[in-house]
Design a protein around this ligand. Structure first.
Ligand SMILES: Nc1ncnc2c1ncn2[C@@H]1O[C@H](COP(=O)(O)OP(=O)(O)OP(=O)(O)O)[C@@H](O)[C@H]1O
Length: 382
């Protein structure tokens, strides 16, 4: 059973008399202990998607439709083994499925607070500013433990806080320092330690390394991987940086304009890319293997998502656009079938999938996408 199963999720922001379609019909699932990446340019809906899972959207944002099934439930709905009780599952008033998964989208604010930290913890964007300047760093971790596990004796909580600080590579004696005495990398590590305070099943890390230099970035990524192995925590990581994703993800979803364009095992998505947007994104990032690589950016900019048109969201910037692309946004097609020239809708969210009507012409798209002039044509035709 998956840890998280998101079905057809739509998230909107109210903007006057219009709506921003920030996340539109997105489905994916995350297994226990795996790292799942959401990648795409700024404004494509990654942060909105991640925050909506925990009801942490801005006040004008809301889940319009869809399901967010999570393998865990509220303490008051659990039996002594931590599983959902039979009478809760059998009662339609509770959003709990026969397999014991709970639909987080249907929980109210108080209920989702019980899930946060205990089951899912967030490392927010610009996490370095998430520490409180007037409390010692160690005390902030202790507070997080005691707030969510009030039965823990305070000295045990202190011990756990020091232990967590040490696990993320900081000398435990620095627990008595204030945030301003920490470097940027140390602050980021401290926030990761705080997120791990209640031993969650899933961490959501939003741009965990963006403000850091490359060497510290690498160390933070290594630390996340070590924590994951040690605690078997799943990580949903959000980044615009394809190279960060290549380093840590098991699976990857490429987002554009609030839609999922391609998803699947990381290697499949990044090596055997099956979507024009992924091909364009890869062109614009340097790779370690290709030293003389000519970086090609995708001309134009992402859509505003205010009442978007019916067609493929990427159509206005896509060099492979055909009439069909303007009819409706393409469904997710099976990329393995596409390798043999077949256009078949994907039957499972776990396989390599691509939302592109021309998925059955993969070889041509891959060859053409490497040519800079192919992308330049797009600006001339639109
Ligand atoms: N509070 C808000 N009100 C209205 N629109 C919003 C709000 N927050 C985000 N948006 C819009 O929702 C869309 C998705 O934004 P989101 O921040 O989720 O994208 P992102 O891919 O995470 O980008 P970034 O990496 O820059 O945060 C964008 O068009 C953005 O302008």
């Amino acid at each position: 059973m998956s840890l998280l199963e998101v079905n057809d999720l739509c998230v909107r922001y109210d903007a006057g008399d219009k709506q921003v379609h920030a996340v539109d019909g997105v489905s994916f699932s995350v297994e226990h202990g795996e790292t799942y990446g959401l990648v795409g340019e700024s404004g494509c809906g990654k942060t909105t998607l991640a925050k909506s899972l925990m009801h942490l959207l801005d006040s004008n944002g809301y889940i319009e439709s869809g399901e967010v099934w999570f393998d865990g439930t509220l303490p008051e709905w659990e039996d002594e083994h931590g599983n959902a009780r039979r009478e809760i599952i059998d009662d339609d008033r509770y959003p709990v499925r026969a397999d014991g998964m709970t639909d987080l989208a249907q929980l109210d604010n108080q209920q989702i607070r019980d899930v946060r930290w205990r089951n899912i913890a967030l490392i927010p964007q610009s996490a370095m500013n998430a520490l409180n300047p007037v409390y010692k760093v160690g005390d902030q971790i202790v507070e997080a433990i005691l707030r969510h596990e009030p039965d823990t004796p305070p000295e045990k909580a202190h011990e756990r806080a020091r232990d967590l600080i040490e696990r993320v590579g900081i000398d435990p004696d620095r627990a008595d320092d204030y945030a301003h005495q920490y470097s940027g990398g140390m602050k980021q590590r401290a926030v990761i330690a705080m997120a791990m305070a209640c031993n969650p099943d899933m961490l959501i890390a939003d741009e965990p390394t963006t403000a850091l230099d490359v060497i510290i970035q690498d160390r933070i990524l290594e630390e996340l991987e070590e924590l994951q192995e040690e605690f078997d925590v799943a990580i949903l990581v959000v980044s615009h940086d394809v190279s960060v994703m290549a380093e840590i993800c098991d699976k990857l979803a490429v987002m554009y304009g609030g839609k999922m364009m391609e998803s699947g095992p990381m290697q499949d998505v990044l090596v055997d890319s099956a979507n024009p947007y992924t091909l364009g994104l890869k062109n614009s990032f340097p790779t370690v293997e290709e030293v003389d690589q000519n970086l090609i950016s995708i001309p134009g900019s992402p859509p505003t998502l205010l009442d978007p048109s019916d067609g493929c969201r990427f159509a206005p910037r896509c060099p492979f656009v055909v009439d069909e692309c303007h009819t409706s946004h393409p469904p997710m097609y099976d990329a393995e079938q596409a390798e043999t020239g077949k256009r078949t809708e994907a039957s499972s969210p776990h396989t390599h999938r691509s939302a592109c009507y021309r998925v059955d012409e993969l070889e041509t798209m891959r060859t053409e996408a490497r040519k800079e002039e192919k992308w330049q044509q797009t600006t001339q035709t639109h």
